[in-house]
Design a protein around this ligand. Sequence first.
Ligand code: ADP
Ligand code: TYD
Length: 208
Amino acid sequence: MIISFEGIDGSGKSTQAKRLLDRLGASSLDVLYVREPGGTAVSERIRTLLLDPSLVMDPFAEMLLFSAARAQLVREKIRPFHEAGGIVICDRFFDSTVAYQGGGRQVADPDWLGDFQRVVTDGVVPDRTYLIRLDVATASQRLTERLGPGEAADRLESAGMAFFERVFNAYERLSASEPNRFVVINGQQSIDEVAAEVWADLLPTLPA
Ligand code: ADP
Ligand code: TYD
């Protein structure tokens, strides 16, 4: 089983992915947690490039780098673990590229980008995708609070409100287009309330 968490920066998605990891880890199930971009030696190197605030990167090149990191992660980790019967928790997956590079940066037609991502992942699609829906203003406030004194936002976090509004809207379109895969959760709730909604949805689908 493959589960992904999606949402704009600061929506609370990593908090929830880790909560789920703790909860599933306490059971006898085999669980793998991966975060994007990253998760393999090659993909972590690509992550360093992608998040470097000193680099001016062409948006199409950026899309290809996110995709390259993902191609490596799927083939090296996600697919083998999934095929061995494990549960994979993805803290972001290909929907992030459709939302950020398609919606946010507008590098390519989102439908084309969606098709391209099926090639990048060799057809690997999550069974369930939890979209944590939080408005841009609240998410941005949480991110500012998360930054330590003197700590700078990374290259993508510095992209601005209009960018994140486009990303938010792209996630809305994505979730509406695949209602069987996406579960949209109100991110204004407390951490416990969001986690409870995820758990209530997931529990009936877990292997015994
Ligand atoms: P993301 O992975 O979506 O960028 P995080 O999970 O890192 O977001 O959360 C961003 C910040 O908001 C963190 O400081 C986290 O502790 C806090 N946070 C997460 N979920 C909630 C919530 N439901 N209510 C209030 N604060 C939250
Ligand atoms: P990260 O620090 O992991 O952010 P978060 O805590 O919000 O998950 O940084 C990942 C950044 O990269 C984030 O701004 C989203 C962006 N991103 C894309 O633009 N496209 C992608 O395909 C992926 C996976 C992430």
